[in-house]
Structures are given as structure tokens and as C-alpha cells.
Design a protein around this ligand. Structure first.
Ligand code: G3I
Length: 450
């Protein structure tokens, strides 16, 4: 008898515990909010939205919108009642970004909103079989960074069909040209200038003064600061004069402001003094009264302290009547950052100063830090890159005519990009794949021009 009692009380304890642990929802417990999954069967005009089962929910309400704040709804998809755990969302536009969310319903009770998921329909509204330069037409130049060892075959094919402007990735930098005080090696820059001239490509000069490209002999220079100043003046004037009828514009000084703000401590600051940037612009202007002169830097949209000091530097140049025509926003960005608003704010800062704007070194990382690393270019990352490219080009395209110059992509094929070695991480940051084929990002560029 005693054992029977023990057996029953033990099984009662076990049963009670079981009840206590298993989240048994009944109509009294709060209605849980659904969890929406990644969309499936995405095509040009529809996708399937799906979500997880919510205990005690009798049905679900589906919202679909073009905005992630659901400030408006796609017709027929505002609180659409759905009995099951998925719904086909149809009647959509190709190549367009949508957002969707769900609520659970139990009688008159509604749960909180689920997570919001973004989906982009495949396809596009536009004719994609168009070269970038033709789509941009006379609006602005579409440029590419190139090197003397990448001028033939598929490189030449793309350069002479898709682009109408070039920037030397390395060949016009001091370390390549300036072999010694008044000793110049023009071989490789001349080769690029000849290639561009023969193919009627605009040339943007990059870069006269950059701390990362100081020749070894200059790092160990033992002469006086006055002698150093004359050497730099001679250098700038020699280079600008040599190409004055061939090169349309120059990055006179590159990356002189530190990350987080402040003037970067370089050999030029040390030996030429705090107004070295003004001197360099003046010497370039004295060498060529017509060439466009740019200050070029990176990460200003996202690094606001740096942005502030870059524009303070330009304000100072303009206040002292130092001739500067434009700013190069390098745009080494990722699919996540900077945001549209951050880029727009930076552009607005430049327009407030009547500066010509060059998106001078565009590449878009799809494997940025902080994101789950992918070992191949997934469809999700490719679509995200296309949308980011569309966003960047759209912002540039909205710049008033007089202040546009060019969007230059920093390379042609993904595997040639500096990003991969620099970040020591696989990436596909450019508009063409390893076989010179157009990627979705190329469509994004065209869509940005719509
Ligand atoms: O040409 C020499 C070659 O002869 C030598 O065998 C080889 C090995 O050392 O080096 C080759 O030079 C390299 C050059 O690229 C050409 O490939 C340099 O070492 C290397 O430092 C240089 O890297 C360039 C870097 O600027 C420094 O100039 C990258 O290709 C280029 O993408 C990068 O571009 C910069 C922009 O100018 C300014 N903004 C940031 C951007 C990325 O860092």
C-alpha cells in the first residue's frame, strides 16, 4: 500500500513539474508575437512570406510596404487576414525592395508586431543591357581606376565600353614618379596617359601629395626645410605642367585629416608647416590655371569628427582665396555603412561650399566586419550590394549639374580589388566578376541613374 502511495505521489510530482516547465499557453496567456522567416520563391512580381506558428493564435495579419516604417501599404496587404503560416504576396514590381511583418490574432486580441523582413523582387524595370557611360551620358563621367598591367583583353574591353574616365590606381603617385630630387620617372604615367588619350578617356590625376606614397629617399631627406619645400614645389609643378593639356583634374592632397579628426602628422606637415596644404594647392594652380583641383579623403560620411575637420580645412582655403574646385569623397563603403542620410549630409556639406563633387574611389564591401563572414558572394549579399550601389548613384545623380564631375569605381574585377588584401577577408566589392561579367551591382548603378 505504502509503495502504491509513494508511486502515485512521485508520478504526481513529476507531472506537476512537467506542467510547470512546458510553456503551455492557454487563452489566458499573452499572445506571443510571430517570428517572420526569410522570404521564399522570390521572383519579379511576387514572393512567399512565411512565419512561425504562435500557440493559441487563430489567424495572422500580414502587412507589406515599400517603407520599413509601414507609412503606406501595398494595396491588398494592409492587415491581410491569413489563416495559415504563409502567404503569396503578388502583383509586385521587379527589382524593388519591400518590407513585411505579421501580427498573431486570437479572437479580438492582437499580438505585438513580428520582426520586419526586407525582400527585393528579382528582375528590374530598366534595360540592363546598357553601358554605364552611355546611361550617364553627358550627365557626369563614369570612371575606373586602372593600372599599366591591366590595359589589355577584358580590361581594355570594359574600359573602352563601360567607362569614359580613368584614374591611375598607383602610377601617378610620388613613389612611382619621383625617383630623386629633380629626378622623374615618367614611364608608367606616360603609358596610362597615352592609353587614355588614344581611347578618348578623361583622366583624373591621383595623387600629387599623399603620406602613404613618399619615396624612400625623401623619408631620409637630410636637407633643410627650405630645400624640402623647393623640392615639393618643383615636383608638383613638374607633374601638373607635364600633363596640363591631358589631365582634367588632380587630387592635390590626399587623406591629410586623421581618422577621428585633426591634421594628420606627416612629413609634409613636419617640413612644410601647418599651411602646407594651401601651398600645394597654390603651386598646382600656378602650374595650370585651368585644371580642376580636388582635396580627396575617405570615410567622411561616417566619421563626423573627420568630416568636420575636412570641411574646416576647405573653409580655411576658401577664406584665404586658395583655389580649390572640388572634393573627392572616396566612397570605400559597405552594404551596411554609411547610411543614405550620412552620405547625403556629406554631399550637402560640400554643396554648401560650392564644391564640385567626385565620388572618387567607389567600392562596396559585401563582407564587412561585424557581418557573418561569407565565403562566396551569396544572392542576399549581391542584392544588398546592388541596392547600395543604386542608393549611392541616386544620391550622386541628384547633385545639381554644375557640381557633378564623376563617379569612379576603384577597379574593374572583384579579384583585383585592394580590399581583399587590405582586410584579409574574401570580398566582391566591384561591378564586374572575375570573368569581366556584369554583376547585379552594375544593374544597381544603372537603376541609380533612373
Ligand atoms: O608596382 C609595384 C611592383 O613593382 C612590386 O613588385 C609590388 C610588390 O611590392 O608592389 C607594386 O606596387 C604596389 C602598387 O599598389 C601597385 O600594385 C604597392 O606595393 C602597393 O602599395 C600599391 O597599393 C595601392 C595603394 O593605394 C597604395 O598606393 C593600391 O593598389 C591602391 O588601390 C590604393 O589606393 C588607395 C588610394 O590611392 C587612396 N585611397 C585609398 C586607396 C586604397 O588604399
Amino acid at each position: 500500500m505504502k509503495n502504491l502511495i509513494l508511486f502515485f505521489s512521485a508520478s504526481l510530482v513529476i507531472l506537476f513539474n512537467a506542467c510547470a516547465n512546458e510553456e503551455v499557453y492557454d487563452d489566458l496567456s499573452p499572445l506571443q508575437k510571430p517570428v517572420v522567416n526569410d522570404p521564399i520563391d522570390i521572383n519579379d512580381n511576387s514572393f512567399i512570406a512565411a512565419w512561425n506558428f504562435v500557440s493559441t493564435a487563430k489567424s495572422y495579419r500580414l502587412d507589406v510596404s515599400l517603407q520599413n516604417d509601414f507609412s503606406s501599404y501595398i494595396q491588398g496587404y494592409e492587415s491581410l487576414e491569413v489563416a495559415g503560416l504563409n502567404a503569396t504576396v503578388a502583383g509586385l514590381t521587379p527589382g524593388t525592395q519591400y518590407f513585411f511583418r505579421v501580427k498573431a490574432v486570437r479572437e479580438a486580441e492582437l499580438s505585438d508586431y513580428s520582426n520586419v523582413v526586407m525582400v527585393t523582387t528579382s528582375g528590374t524595370l530598366i534595360d540592363t543591357d546598357v553601358n554605364l557611360k552611355d546611361k550617364a551620358a553627358d550627365n557626369f563621367f563614369v570612371g575606373a581606376a586602372l593600372s599599366t598591367n591591366r590595359l589589355t583583353g577584358g580590361y581594355n574591353e570594359l574600359l573602352t565600353t563601360e567607362f569614359n574616365s580613368i584614374t591611375a590606381e598607383s602610377e601617378m603617385k610620388m613613389r612611382t614618379i619621383f625617383a630623386g630630387p629633380s629626378d622623374y620617372n615618367w614611364t608608367r604615367p606616360d603609358e596610362l596617359v597615352q592609353y587614355a588619350t588614344e581611347n578618348e578617356l578623361n583622366i583624373h590625376g591621383h595623387a600629387l601629395i599623399w603620406h602613404e606614397e613618399v619615396p624612400d629617399w625623401m623619408r631620409t631627406f637630410t636637407g633643410s626645410n627650405e630645400e624640402f619645400e623647393m623640392i615639393i614645389e618643383d615636383y608638383i609643378k613638374a607633374v601638373v605642367t607635364r600633363y596640363s593639356d591631358k589631365i582634367t583634374s588632380w587630387d592635390v592632397v590626399n587623406e591629410a585629416i586623421s581618422d577621428g579628426g585633426g591634421i594628420r602628422n606627416t612629413i609634409f606637415l613636419e617640413k612644410l608647416g601647418s599651411n602646407y596644404i594651401a601651398k600645394c594647392f597654390q603651386w598646382a594652380r600656378e602650374a595650370d590655371p585651368d585644371v580642376l583641383l580636388f582635396y580627396n579623403d575617405y570615410n567622411t560620411p561616417a566619421d563626423l569628427a573627420k568630416q568636420q575637420d575636412v570641411y574646416a580645412l576647405i573653409d580655411d582655403l576658401q577664406a584665404n582665396n586658395i583655389s580649390i574646385d572640388g572634393i573627392g569623397l572616396q566612397m570605400h563603403i559597405s552594404i551596411d555603412s554609411p547610411t543614405r542620410q550620412e552620405i547625403q549630409d556629406d554631399v550637402d556639406m560640400a554643396l554648401q561650399r560650392n564644391l564640385i563633387i567626385h565620388f572618387s574611389e567607389l567600392d562596396i564591401r559585401v563582407n564587412p566586419d561585424g557581418r557573418q563572414m561569407v565565403s562566396s558572394l551569396t544572392e542576399e549579399r549581391e542584392i544588398a550590394q546592388r541596392l547600395k550601389c543604386k542608393e549611392v548613384v541616386d544620391i550622386y545623380n541628384d547633385i545639381p549639374e554644375a557640381f557633378k564631375y564623376a563617379i569612379t569605381v576603384w577597379g574593374l574585377r572583384d579579384p583585383d580589388s585592394w580590399i581583399i588584401n587590405h582586410h584579409n577577408r574574401p570580398d566582391w566589392p566591384l561591378l564586374f566578376d572575375d570573368s569581366f561579367n556584369r554583376k547585379s551591382a552594375h544593374i544597381g548603378f544603372l537603376e541609380g541613374l533612373e
